[in-house]
Structures are given as C-alpha cells and as structure tokens.
Design a protein around this ligand. Sequence first.
Ligand code: ATP
Ligand code: MG
Length: 493
Amino acid sequence: MKIPQEIQSILEKIQKEGFEAYIVGGSVRDFLLEKKPKDWDITTNAKPEEIQKIFTKSFYNNTFGTVTVINKDADDKSLKNIEITTYRIDTGYSDRRHPDEVKFTPNLKEDLARRDFTINAMALQVKNEKQKAKSSEMLKVKNYEIVDLFGGQEDLKKKLIKAVGEAEKRFSEDALRMLRAVRFSAQLGFEIEKKTFQAMQKNSELLKFVSQERIRDEFQRIILSDRAYEGVELLRTSGLLSYIIPELEQGIGVAQNKHHIYTIYEHCALSLRYCPSKKLEVRLASLFHDIAKPQTKAGTGPDSTFYNHDYVGAKFARKILSRLKFSNKVVDKVALLVKNHMFYYNVDEVSEAGIRRLIKRVGKDNLKDLMDLRIADRLGSGVPKAKPYKLRHLEYLIEKVSRDPISAKMLMINGQDIMKILKAKPGPKIGAILKVLLSEIIENPKNNTKEYLDKRTKELYELSPEEIRNSEKIIEEKKEEEDMEDKKKFWVK
Ligand code: ATP
Ligand code: MG
C-alpha cells in the first residue's frame, strides 16, 4: 500500500509554504488497513485563501471551509477531487444535526477530537526528504508517522468502533454518528465497543432529528456491505431500527406456519443474509418481501395463512423507501420484486404460457433478480433446501420462451397493419384489438402469423368495443384464476 504521488506532492507543496499538512480521517484508517481509500482527505493549518493561493486549479466551498484540488487527468477516481480542509472545531449543535458554526483552529489536536470514532481520528504525516534519507539507512522503516491521540491504531488492531471522547455527548451532538457506527461495523467487520454501543441504545431516539436523506445514505451502505445481515441486527439491538423501518419490527416474535421454522422478522433478516445478489434493489426486496405478513396473517398456529401479503408488501415497500427518499427507480423495482415474489414454478406443472405471462408481468430484464430473490427467500426460510435444478430449468424455459411474443412489439402485426386491413382510422378499437391479439398469442404463440392475425382482426372488428374488451377480460380472468391456483400450491402460502 502506497501513498499516491499526487497526494505526496500536495502535502509537500503546502509544507513548502510553511504550513502543516496531513492525510486525515477515513483515508488514514483505510491506508493502515491496507485498503484502498474511497478518497484522500487532507487537513492543514493553512486557511482556505492560503490553500487556494498554492493551488490555482481548485475551488473553495464556503459553507464547509473546504478547498477541492481538481486533478482532471488522474485515472484513479479517488484522485480526481482531493479535499483540503483547514483544522476546525465544531461549536455546538443546537439542532442536533449541523454544527452551529465552523471555527478554524491552529491546533491539529482539536481537529482530531471533533471526529467520530478513534479509527477515524488519526492523521498521517509523510516524512520529508531528510527524514526519509535517515530512515532508509535502517531497513524497513516506514516513511510516515501517525498522529494518534485517541488510541485509533490499538482499536484498529482490536477491530473496535469506539467513539472519540464521551460517546453519549458525541451522539447527542450528531445522532447520525450512531448509524455511522453500524455502517463501519458492517463494512469493516468490526465490533462496536461496549460503552459506545450502550450509548447508542440509550440515545437511539435522537435519530428522529436526522434527515431521511442522511439516514438513507448510511442505511444503503449497510445493506450493500458484506455484513448486511449483521448490520440490520445491530440496528435492531441498538434500537435504531425503530426510527428507520419500524415496519420490520412488527414481525419480531411473530410465528409463521408449518412451512416455516423462523419468525417473520428472522426470515426477513436471513433472506437478506443469503441474498445472492449484490444489487441494492434485490437486497432490499429480500429484506422486505414478507414485510406485510404480520398484517395479513389469518388464523393461528401451523395453519396460519398470509393471503395477499405480496401485494400489501409491495405497497409497504413503496411507502418505506419513498419515506427514505430512495429514487423512484429503486422504489419501483423493489415494489415489483416484492409484488411478484410468490411466482409459482414447478417443473412440468407450469405451462410455457404461464412463463410468458410471468415475463409479460415482470419484464425480461427483471427475471434474474426475481430468481435471486427466490433463492434468498428459500435459503432464508431454513426448511426447504434451495432447489437450483428447478431454477435452472426455469432459466432454460425463460430462454426458450423469450423468443415468443410477450409484448405487442413482437406480434407479426401492428397498429398500422390493422388500420390497413380494416381501412379504419386510429381509435380505441384498434388498441383494444391489439390487446386481445397479444393475450391470445401469449396463450398460443403458434398463431403468431400474419394470416391468423389478419383473420382474427377482421373477426374482432365485427364486435362492439364492449365485446372486444370483454374478450380480453375473459383471457385475463382465466390468467388470474390460474395465478390464484398457482399461489395455493405455493409452499409459502
Ligand atoms: P468512507 O469515505 O469510506 O465512507 P470516511 O471515514 O472517510 O469513510 P467520510 O464520511 O468520508 O467517512 O468522512 C471523513 C472523515 O470525517 C471521517 O473519517 C471522520 O473523521 C469525519 N466525519 C465524517 N462525518 C462525521 C460526523 N458525522 N461526525 C464526526 N466526524 C465525522
Ligand atoms: Mg471518506
């Protein structure tokens, strides 16, 4: 692990003007862990105007007192924008979110003391040429020094997330830090130090002062980490979950039925644990797919049912993710996956038309994700083994069936053709005919020929608009019925 030349040269330039300059915060932590930092942060006693004088290609963000040095030519993303921040102290947090005022300080120690965790509160000084020359006389001497006032290196060794100073005070200044503790724990596989964790349990309620956007950013990083399950468990045991997704807690201690050994909450969390996908949407869907089970539970004991929990669950997921200000794209995708997670599939039992309907319903691009959700669901249920051969067979069928018509685009006839055949003007009747044709072809793709569709078009045109719509409805209803049958057979029920 090396400190990039770009960073060394920035440090040198600042030092040459007579100021102090250190690498600081998360980048020192990652460097010592031999991980590539997401970005390199630099701190100095030079004031923003003084930094700008040194770096002509920089911009100054007045609210945060940070100067960004722009490095357009850098190939490495972490070196494109390098932030240099003047030593500062935060003075008071009357809204519990933002420091009332940022005050510069000439003292590195004070800058380190305002930082959240000991492993994030270290500064790294690259030795100058003279010092380097000296140290290279002795083999294997590092060319840097660490300023570590709060035992950060020790905690890195012990794999501990520990607040700088008095944990309770630090969390009441900025409640987001509690969520950051969980996030770092999930990302790094570190434990949260006991006193720090107790302070979280005591102060979790303060999270309600934090904006949903900031909560979302940390929550997302927890979900995307390698220890997403452990992260969610920490959210629960610290009490933070009540202020992020109280809906998940409704399932705590709620038993399911004879098909399940886990409670609803346990199953949701374990599905996330075993989710084979690294995509945010699939992971969220794994966590949320059964979120409406507590509300849709009917009966008690081994024969309980959860009818419509998929539909209600999709609504819940929408509500939760919108509240957390996730993008519409994420909200829509998770809702789609949750809504369709009960899709029935058994080798030899489901017709090719059934697969075509599934593809029409969820879209070809979402099928892989829906299958990953199924794998997560099965592995998280603890009872049935995942049955990869079934899913492989389904994949094969999807491949096969994908060549058949699933959207109106794939019909051998389009709106223009229909108007030509009928010598008719555009209107709702044309659209209605197209819909009926598509429904028929999904059931029987062999009929997707110009001749057949030509003939059917003429037949349908004889019907009233009402009758056309009805004939589509009849097909749709048949599908609905089949889908309901599918669900009854499904192992979760
Ligand atoms: P990463 O960039 O990998 O997410 P990081 O530790 O660099 O991790 P940033 O959010 O980039 O995290 O913040 C940089 C540094 O600023 C942190 O290491 C920490 O020292 C300090 N910091 C960030 N947010 C807070 C906060 N809410 N309270 C106190 N210090 C903070
Ligand atoms: Mg960072």
